[in-house]
Design a protein around this ligand. Structure first.
Ligand SMILES: [Zn+2]
Length: 210
């Protein structure tokens, strides 16, 4: 396979990128300067050595190659100790953080669950979530906010997580709420603007746990 095709094949594996867009990326790169391509190659090659996964919320963060374990959000003692927001992906966390209305801590599940998922506990960070809730509960956690997209996978994930954490919710007498009005059906959190997220957060509803 020649080099153009190899690069094309790599771009095709990106989420949401089809063969035609992959080809456009290759031709775009051909038209850029050497400096641009070198900068891109450097950033890509340094991803693994510089970016770490946070041991507390499981988001990716730039540890600058140092042996840091927690991200700046998790290390910030001035955040609201009483709330923990559960999101599916890093991009959702970024969207909420950008809205600047939430001051608590986060947990990133890493995935959503489809209706046909046979082993949900292996697809999302279920065990890690239990440990995170226990650790936060000891520091004054009162509320868990399930911030999942309002599509079928998001709903399915929410139902699974609610069931999964219910023993902890009872044991630590936690309140569980879900994002309310503002987010319309089918909306993906990652594509919601700051105002929408703010409204959804302010209008969150408390769940009645079984
Ligand atoms: Zn973190």
């Amino acid at each position: 396979m020649d080099h153009l095709n190899r690069l094309h094949d790599l771009f095709k594996q990106f989420p949401g990128i089809g063969p035609r867009q992959a080809k456009r990326f290759v031709y775009f790169l051909l038209g850029t300067s050497d400096a641009f391509r070198e900068a891109l190659a450097k950033e890509v090659s340094e991803l693994a050595s510089r970016v770490t996964i946070c041991s507390s919320c499981y988001r990716y963060f730039d540890s600058k190659g140092l042996a840091a374990h927690a991200c700046s959000t998790c290390k910030d003692p001035n955040r609201d100790q009483e709330s923990l927001m559960i999101v599916a992906k890093d991009v959702d966390l970024d969207a909420v953080e950008k809205s600047r209305v939430y001051r608590g801590y986060y947990f990133v599940l890493g995935n959503t669950l489809s209706l046909v998922e046979k082993e949900p506990e292996t697809k999302i960070r279920a065990k890690e979530l239990v440990l995170a809730i226990e650790a936060r509960a000891k520091k004054g956690l009162k509320e868990i906010i399930l911030a999942l997209s309002l599509n079928s996978e998001g709903e399915n994930t929410r139902e699974y997580v609610e069931q999964f954490i219910s023993p902890l919710v009872r044991a630590y007498k936690l309140k569980v709420s879900i994002l309310g009005r503002g987010l319309s059906t089918g909306t993906e959190l990652e594509y919601s603007d700051a105002e929408t997220i703010k409204n959804a957060l302010l209008g969150r509803r408390q769940e009645t746990m079984m």
